[in-house]
Design a protein around this ligand. Structure first.
Ligand code: IMP
Length: 431
């Protein structure tokens, strides 16, 4: 039995999709444990393109069950749409292969309205959210007034719970001169969606515990990245959930001692969407080149990603925050053809050397990266599938990163194609 967690070690978009796809073939259960439809990845299987943002990736595989855990926030309207779209692509979805936690909280239309209004009203310091209502939904959860999946099945009770949420938010909408919203307008549709999904709904902790007691493999699929974590990220420029590995237990109902292996997905350089500190951001031609070559546009919003060099300080911190056992290094091919490549090995903060990302956003914005410059490579690494076949400079780069972040690299991705991967270790076969 192996329980493996995958998380991003930077600001999301590390290329988790390809790695999750590879591992989901070996997993019996693939689980989402935080976030919502702010995540997004595109999977290409047998030449067919599948776009997922809420359903765990294993859904497109026969013989794999997927679970949306209690830690996820679910937009029921989006959920129904994503299920229908996949069914239209001939993916079978039934209570046999999709389980939704009855304790997951809902994202309601009013949450999306508030998310977008808040962002649009800010003149400066916008967070740059995905506009999906993630933040306001998690706020209601912590504020103890939110609606859960299990509340969808009793119309009278559902209306009472919706009124609590809408009454709370309408005060602000009215004060801002915006149109107030009425839960009665969505009640019937919401109830109908409840009936549409009812066969998938179960207490997720019971299912997880059942899998955990057998010899089956569970893959926990994290969304976003370590530095978007609400506690450990570049607050307030973060998402509203915990994105680090410990959340896999909280967001599904499994204890911390049941985890066998944690993989950190790490891009060979760094990107970020939305606002916030980014010490190694490069806005010169090098950064532009990284963005163009890496096709750095958001899957969910289509926004251009900011690009910069590999930051070993950040990734080392991510390794420690999630007790990562091995790194999957993605997009190495994007670095092909650079004469020299920079690696950030520390920061200056007010002329003092530091080797960690400080907690204050003011200091995070002030840190200056200290770079080690290494030689680039002329040859292309696209499609290389054996470590020994990489150019010597690329091998040096990988070994140097490994040393700086204090974690072994277990997999290297050399193109978006599934087979273009150097497998150094299989985490499901490591214990
Ligand atoms: P929210 O999650 O929509 O509230 O957005 C908060 C921050 O997280 C913004 O900077 C978003 O760009 C970022 N974010 C949210 N989801 C993702 C993701 O899947 N990849 C990368 N960034 C994300």
């Amino acid at each position: 039995m192996s329980n493996v967690i995958i998380i991003g070690t930077q600001w999301g978009d590390e290329g988790k999709g390809k790695i999750v796809d590879w591992l989901s073939e070996k997993a019996d259960l693939v689980v989402r444990f935080q976030g919502g439809h702010n995540a997004g990845h595109t999977l290409v299987v047998n030449g067919k393109i599948f776009k997922l943002s809420l359903l765990p990736s294993g859904i497109i595989r026969e013989n794999t069950t997927v679970l949306i855990g209690n830690g996820v926030v679910i937009d029921p309207f989006h959920l129904k749409k994503e299920i229908e779209e996949l069914r239209n692509q001939d993916i079978k979805i039934s209570s046999e292969n999709l389980i939704i936690s009855d304790s997951a909280f809902l994202i309601l239309p009013i949450h999306q309205t508030i998310d977008n209004l808040r962002e649009n009203k800010k003149e400066i310091e916008k967070i740059g959210t995905t506009g999906r209502g993630i933040g306001p939904s998690y706020e209601d959860k912590v504020g103890r007034r939110a609606v859960k999946i299990c509340d969808l099945f009793d119309k009278v009770d559902l209306l009472k719970k919706l009124l609590k949420v809408y009454d709370f938010h309408n005060v602000w909408l009215k004060a801002m001169g915006e149109k107030i919203q009425y839960p009665e307008d969505i009640l019937n549709e919401l109830y109908d969606i409840g009936q549409f999904i009812i066969s998938f709904v179960q207490p997720s902790s019971l299912l997880i515990s059942k899998y955990n007691d057998t010899s089956l493999n569970i893959l926990f699929e994290g969304a976003q990245g370590t530095f978007l974590d609400i506690d450990h990220g570049t607050y307030p420029y973060v998402t509203s959930s915990n994105t680090i590995a410990s959340q896999a237990g909280v967001g599904t109902g499994l204890g911390p001692t049941s985890i066998d292996f944690t993989i950190g997905i790490t891009k060979a350089y760094t990107t970020r969407v939305g606002s916030g500190p980014f010490p190694t951001e490069d806005t010169s031609t090098d950064g532009i080149q990284l963005g163009t070559r890496g096709h750095e546009f958001g899957t969910v919003t289509g926004r251009q990603r900011r690009c910069g060099w590999f930051d070993a300080v950040l990734v080392k911190q991510a390794v420690s925050l999630s007790s990562i056992n091995g790194i999957a290094l993605t997009k190495l091919d994007v670095l092909d053809g650079f004469n020299s490549i920079k690696i950030c090995t520390g920061y200056y903060l007010d002329n003092n050397f530091i080797n960690y990302l400080p907690s204050s956003d003011k200091q995070q914005k002030k840190v200056k990266p200290i770079y080690e410059v290494i030689e680039g490579w002329d040859e292309s690494v696209v499609g290389v599938r054996e470590f020994d076949k990489l150019p010597k400079e690329a091998k040096f780069y990988i070994k140097r990163i490994e040393k700086l972040i204090n974690c072994p690299i277990i997999l290297i991705s050399t193109s978006p194609e599934r087979e273009d991967t150097i497998y150094l270790k299989n985490p499901f076969e490591m214990n």
